[in-house]
Ligand binder design. Structure first.
Ligand SMILES: C[S@@+](CC[C@H](N)C(=O)[O-])C[C@H]1O[C@@H](n2cnc3c(N)ncnc32)[C@H](O)[C@@H]1O
Length: 281
């Protein structure tokens, strides 16, 4: 395990269970967002996302889930993702230990593979749990969205003594529509399952305050840490793959170079062409 730190942000290069056990103090974290490998055969820079059996996968998950609970402060919040087919097991495990406040569906516009003989999967589930259901952070005002009424004009409440426009802002429901990260998006990094900053912004704004500590045990492209930083929180991000860990060093401004090489986002194909065109002019 190797730790890189700067200005309240730590990038931990190593195994999640090792780092949680040996680096993160108990009861020290305000918010955890965990987006682990799903056991569905993705390729994380050559690292397999496939366990020998479902039982093996779940046994591994139960270890880090338990550790995450241990690391949360008493008022802490825990958001966790996994594949739809694994989520019922996570749900049963977690509801014996925490209070599950929301079962969120992150719905998106298109899947990686377009199914032709069944209904393709267009969502991923997220559990939102807290340690103490009487005392937890929820900044409703910071995550309000426009209520969809179907009406083009503002709805007027005529039951009041003076007719008043209905409040059109509301706390989002548990179906979240955010586009997946696409190649042409500014935030895109070379990673198969990068989560959108918009999704993490909602989580971090709702469930932490400025100065709080946000932890992500499977950081990938370090979306969670980058959002935490942009919103004035502190962060701890753990990632086992060196290539992805380097993304964290760059996104968090911890290092400008690594092993003698400048850290920079890989240019996109069209950016490369732009550079070539420019150089021949
Ligand atoms: C689903 S991705 C996380 C994506 C991330 N939320 C993002 O926005 O980029 C899971 C990550 O866990 C990493 N990983 C796999 N096994 C790990 C382990 N034992 N400890 C720490 N990280 C691990 C993978 O390399 C991968 O980057």
């Amino acid at each position: 395990m190797k730790i890189f730190k700067n200005n309240g942000h730590a990038v931990v290069w190593g195994d999640a269970i090792d780092a949680l056990t040996n680096y993160v103090p108990d009861s020290s974290v305000d918010l955890i967002f965990a987006d682990p490998p799903y056991n569905i055969g993705k390729n994380f820079n050559g690292r397999s996302d496939r366990w020998p059996s479902d039982e093996d996968y779940l046994a591994w998950c139960y270890q880090w889930l338990e550790l995450c609970i241990q690391k949360l402060k008493p008022h802490g919040s825990f958001y966790v993702m996994t594949a739809t087919q694994n989520m019922p097991y996570f749900d049963i495990f977690l509801r014996a230990r925490l209070t599950i406040l929301s079962r969120i569906v992150w719905a998106y516009d298109s899947s990686g593979v377009q199914a032709r003989k069944y209904f393709g999967s267009l969502y991923e589930p997220i559990l939102f749990c807290v340690k103490d259901k009487e005392h937890y952070i929820f900044n409703a005002e910071d995550v309000m969205v426009e209520a969809r009424t179907g009406a083009t004009r503002k709805l007027i409440d005529y039951r009041k003594s003076t007719p008043t426009v209905y409040n059109s802002k509301k706390v989002p429901g548990n179906v979240w529509q955010f586009p997946r990260v696409r190649y042409r998006m500014e935030e895109y990094e070379k990673h198969p399952t990068q989560k959108p900053t918009t999704l993490l912004e909602r989580v971090v704004l709702a469930s932490s305050n400025p100065g709080d500590v946000v932890l992500d045990p499977f950081s990938g492209t370090f979306t969670t840490s980058a959002v935490a930083r942009s919103l004035g929180r502190e962060s701890v991000g753990i990632e086992i793959e060196e290539e992805y860990m380097k993304i964290g060093l760059r996104r968090l401004g911890i290092r400008e170079s690594y092993n003698g090489k400048r850290l920079r986002r890989e240019p996109k194909i069209y950016e490369q062409q732009d550079v070539d065109l420019f150089s021949v002019r």
